[in-house]
Structures are given as structure tokens and as C-alpha cells.
Design a binder for this molecule. Structure first.
Ligand code: MN
Length: 128
């Protein structure tokens, strides 16, 4: 269960580095993008097993990026988990309704984060 390719789309460098280092330390391969536009292009080119998508991004945001990813055959079936600072019940509902396969609240907690990545790569869908 190692070696899965995870695309991280996150504009805050320290968050991106933390997530990347954690994933790589646990045997995952990573791709990184700091904008949704770049992330969508990487996803189409590399077919990651999982996309971790920040919601607040420069340019198009994570909600619009999800719509675009889900509307293209190449990435329609790829699990997408939101990385979000939002944690209110209404926000969770909004993410679920938008079609995210799960969400993670920042700052992340290491063990739940790794468990959720593992589950998402295995196709376990979590309701937000
Ligand atoms: Mn952000």
C-alpha cells in the first residue's frame, strides 16, 4: 500500500511542505501545485491516485477546481479531498454537496491525516 501518487494543491508554502514531507516519509509519491490551474494540468497529465485540494487559492478556487476536475473524463473518478480552514457544519455540508470525497481541516493532525489519505487512496469515501 505504498507508492500511490498524491497531488497536493496548496498555495501556502509551509502547508505544502508539511503535507509533502509527511506523505513522502510514508512512502507516497507527490506532485505539487500552488494554483488550481496548475493542479488541474498536473492531474490531467499524471493521473494521481488522490488529489488534496486547498479551497482558498489565488485565481480559481478549490470549489471551481473540483467542478472542472469532475467534468473531465481523465479526472472525473479521481478522489478529491478538500484541505480547508473551514470547519463549521454549514461549510462541511457545502463541501459534501460540491462533490468532495472528504475534507481535512487545517492545521492537519498527523495520524488522522495519514489515515484519511490511506482510505481515500483505497476508495473509501467519507462524508464530510
Ligand atoms: Mn490557500
Amino acid at each position: 500500500m505504498a507508492g500511490e501518487l498524491v497531488l497536493i494543491v496548496e498555495d501556502k508554502e509551509e502547508n505544502l511542505e508539511l503535507v509533502r514531507d509527511l506523505l513522502q516519509a510514508h512512502g507516497y509519491r507527490t506532485l505539487e501545485a500552488e494554483t488550481a490551474e496548475a493542479g488541474i494540468a498536473l492531474a490531467a497529465a499524471h493521473h494521481p491516485d488522490l488529489i488534496l485540494l486547498d479551497i482558498q487559492l489565488p485565481g480559481i478556487d478549490g470549489m471551481e477546481a473540483l467542478r472542472r476536475l469532475k467534468s473531465v473524463p481523465d479526472t472525473a473518478a479521481t478522489p478529491v479531498v478538500a484541505l480547508t480552514a473551514y470547519a463549521m457544519p454549514r461549510d462541511r455540508e457545502r463541501l459534501t454537496y460540491a462533490g468532495f470525497d472528504g475534507y481535512m481541516t487545517k492545521p492537519i493532525s498527523i495520524k488522522p491525516f495519514l489515515q484519511q489519505v490511506q482510505d481515500a487512496c483505497a476508495g473509501v469515501r467519507r462524508k464530510a
